[in-house]
Design a protein around this ligand. Sequence first.
Ligand code: IVH
Length: 670
Amino acid sequence: MKSKDLAARRIEQLSEQIEKHNHHYYVLDKPLISDQEYDQLFRELDSLEKKYPELRTANSPTQRVGAPPLDKFKKHSHALPMLSLANAYSSEEIEDFDLRVKKFLNMPVDQTIEYWAELKFDGLSMSLTYENGNLTVAATRGDGTVGENVTPNIKTIRSVPLRLNGEYPPLIEVRGEILISHADFRKLNDERASADEDLFANPRNAAAGSVRQLDSSITANRPLTGFWYSLGAADDVWRRSLKTQQNILEQLRRWGFKVSSTGELCKGVAQVEKFYNEIQAKRESLPFDIDGIVVKVNSVRLQDELGFVARAPRSMIAYKYPARQETSVVKDILVQVGRTGALTPVAILEPVNVGGVVVSRVTLHNAQEIERKDVRIGDTVVVQRAGDVIPEIVKVVQEKRKSSSVAYAFPKKCPSCGARAVIEDDEAVTRCVNTDCQAQIIETIAHFASKDAMNIDGLGFRIVENFVNRGLLKDSADLYRLQKTDLEHLEGFGEKSASNIVAAIAESKKRALSKIIFALGIRHVGETISKILANKFGDLNALANASETELLEIHEIGPEVAKSVLNWFAKEKNRSMIKKLEQAGVKPESGPKPLSQKLKGLTFVVTGTLSKLSRTQAHELIELNGGSVGNSVTKKTSFLVVGEDAGSKLDKAKSLGVAILTEEEFLKKV
Ligand code: IVH
């Protein structure tokens, strides 16, 4: 058999295996293999597809990493409109619903209807179309008739099957809800906070924002998942074979969808009421947000008979839980200065208990948000804990506003240093333009010393603030110049505590490179990106001198992050701080110790199939000898290492005059 045919067979095998493991990991929560073994399969597939690009299909597991960015989303007309649900808020309203159903079906009122009760997920509704078992379109609800085609984004969600398992009709549309779990939401916001990016108000907003990214590689890095609960357009024969809502869920599960295991067959409304109460008691401890339950007539035949009224099915109703909202009074609005100068307004409230959590401070995000909600000092406001996580002000209670009240004026100057505060082009944040701003310096050094960064024991925010205010520190590197004698006479310090702090600072010199990169506080460079940069560049100087192309060659790094890194290292002040760190003996330990520095400063690209080494082994050898690995051949590539069946990279290297090595020659070099 020709090597290409072999490759095609292997690609199919690998794709199937990887998707099977995605299903076990992301849908069933029961992984069958280790992450490492998974990575190995993935890399093998990726390199085969790179070698034979013509064999790569649109639904290959490798395509889950995102597609090229779009200018805007295409519209998608739903084959069947995506309707909404009528709402009920009390047991009486559920009884009324039950009576309406019976009346419409001409049934005696004392007959019992079978309902299926399930969770009402608080996410973003989504329609998935599968043609011949392949996911071809994913679309948002939009206005119910026309939504947005967000297919590349939804393909990045590992729990969404790209192909259906088992038997399926030629065309089927599946509907459900995209969401982010509480745990993932917290992680995402922590990561954003550490990279000085705006926080999401709640998991729903985070999910919606992530789905509506024009650059699907951003979506790929967001922890989206989903639950699937109904069919849209479906082949008639199939629809009829699924006799109940329960059957639909079972079929969705067989096809490979993530289906909630919480749901109950209820004989009559009393059982619905019981389910509603049981779920309400558990609501706080569920791993994701729900805003109620959905009650569905279980029989599909009866559902069809009941039909629709006012864009909602007569056979279903959302039985909602009351929102966790309370009112409180805004005592003050403070403006905090972050380490990159972002001014964040915070409302200080009369403490109030919202669903079991006492809330006394609520972020107002930015100036526009205050203006939009017209929040003023002295206002009575409705506070809500959306997404169980971050409290927010929903609205002002206008009737309680005093006639003397005046609109809040967002400061035009930095509240810390008095410098100009400006709104940059495409941003919502107001920033203090003064890089010597004391508040920014304090925040930056406190971040540098913090637990996940340099982890300097005992050096908390207040102490940093104290040192900066006394002129002991102008930047983070100054920490390493502090002497016991500088501190022991300060109020609150003695000989012992002064020497403890100095020792803790000295001890931090040997932190890993990734920690130091993170500690620098570069915008958009959180813990994950820091690790990636540390692995790629190996030392601070190499990172400081990285070009935009080198940064963009790293898969996880997009233009925004690259620009932020370049800007940071372009500043003289930061460069001299790095020098000071080096002089102070801050010597990061990065990953595995290099074998040699033989390849220092050289960039290698490997292409084709090598006979003695796998692609990964070759990459490791390059890095262990101090060289760096590139994905594509550019003018900056020092050598192209070629194996058998080398393709377009070889042509490119020849045209650019890049030196070419055989595997033998390469091995001799290392
Ligand atoms: S069935 C005709 N089941 O709630 C719409 N919807 O308020 C039939 N939702 O647009 C939808 N969980 O996005 C159904 N278990 C569930 C649901 C659910 C959340 C959403 C859905 C719908 C909205 C209506």
